[in-house]
Design a protein around this ligand. Structure first.
Ligand code: NAD
Length: 310
């Protein structure tokens, strides 16, 4: 069986995928439309792998030089796609571009190559209806930064062969990610549906003056999020009573009556955008965003080490 992976688009997400696939010895070929992006991706990947190894954080089964030796760049789409077991598309979030890129891949690929898109927002049916191998399309949606946060949502189009979604899941497990398989495409997939439910309520609570930005974020980072890093919301309910049925007996009325108090859906526009931005920039000035991202990545690494040790 082929051990080749094609990566199309060598930005932030393409680089992470390349490192994850190389970690277990896949031969990874990265293609990008910009030659200098490929060069900088290879330099960046080598540096990242070395630094992860130095700090004891390297994933996968091989050392950093062995992993890097598995990754090559090309400026020919064909070299990334031909005979690949899976092509991971990581081009910018633009529907027309995704349709065009997949058509280019489809013209070259054989019938058994999996077509896997990293899109955060587009349903797979929107960019695969015109492909001859459309039964091979899935979305494999990672969470940023994928090297540190293992979840991947796998989403089929209505015409995706179930065996393709199943094989994609197995590959994601093999590289050490945590796949969940949606039975069908739904707008926002699941990660963003849950995230938006939470974001909508934070917007409304700030609008109502109940908490300021700093404190509402603490409710997650020092409250609910502490649990949710280990247990999902449903298992949390199961443990917070004598099982889920008891939880429903005790709390169903409360959940219903509090939820009826939720404000109608608001669009994120108007003066509150500036107000929230001002408070966030007091917490993290814009010239300190990268510093804070580095701290986030370190914290996520330590969390994943803790989770593995439990
Ligand atoms: P990016 O802008 O960092 O990288 C995109 C790369 O694609 C660039 O190197 C660009 O040169 C290249 N590219 C553009 N047109 C191309 C073409 N026709 N052929 C080949 N390469 C081309 O973008 P990113 O943040 O890595 O996002 C990539 C995808 O991953 C998007 O669909 C995005 O929604 C998804 N995603 C992003 C995140 C995130 O937080 N950044 C998280 C999950 C999913």
């Amino acid at each position: 069986m082929s051990r080749k992976i094609g990566i199309v688009g060598s930005g932030l997400i393409g680089r992470s995928w390349a490192m994850l696939f190389a970690g277990v010895g896949y031969q990874v070929v990265i293609y990008d439309i910009e030659a200098k992006q490929i060069e900088s991706a290879l330099v960046d990947i080598e540096q990242q792998l070395k630094s992860l190894e130095k700090n004891g954080l390297l994933r996968g089964k091989l050392n950093s030089s062995q992993q890097f030796a598995c990754i090559k760049g090309t400026n020919k789409l064909e070299e990334a796609v031909r005979d690949a077991v899976l092509v991971q598309e990581c081009v910018p979030e633009n529907l027309e571009l995704k349709r065009k890129v997949w058509k280019g891949v489809d013209d070259i690929a054989g019938p058994s190559t999996i077509f896997s898109s990293s899109t955060s927002t587009f349903l797979p049916s929107l960019f695969s209806d015109h492909l001859k191998n459309k039964k091979n399309i899935v979305v494999s949606h990672p969470v940023n930064p994928p090297y540190y946060v293992p979840l991947v949502e796998i989403i089929p189009a209505p015409w995706t062969d179930p065996a393709v979604a199943k094989k994609t899941r197995a590959i994601m497990e093999e590289i050490g990610q945590t796949p969940v398989s949606l039975s069908k495409e739904v707008p926002g997939f699941v990660v963003n549906r849950l995230q938006y439910a939470l974001l909508n309520e934070t917007w409304n609570l700030v609008a109502d003056g109940v908490l300021d930005v700093k404190d509402i974020d603490k409710v997650m980072s020092d409250g609910l999020g502490m649990r949710y890093a280990f247990l999902g919301p449903l298992e949390t309910t199961h443990l917070n009573a004598e099982g889920f049925v008891d939880y429903c007996d005790k709390y169903a009325n409360t959940i219903y009556s509090v939820s009826k108090d939720f404000k109608p859906l608001q669009k994120w526009e108007g003066p509150q955008v500036g107000e929230i931005a001002k408070q966030l920039e007091n917490m993290v000035p814009k010239d300190k965003l990268q510093e804070r991202r580095n701290w986030r990545d370190l914290a996520l690494t330590k969390l994943s080490q803790l989770k593995k040790s439990l």
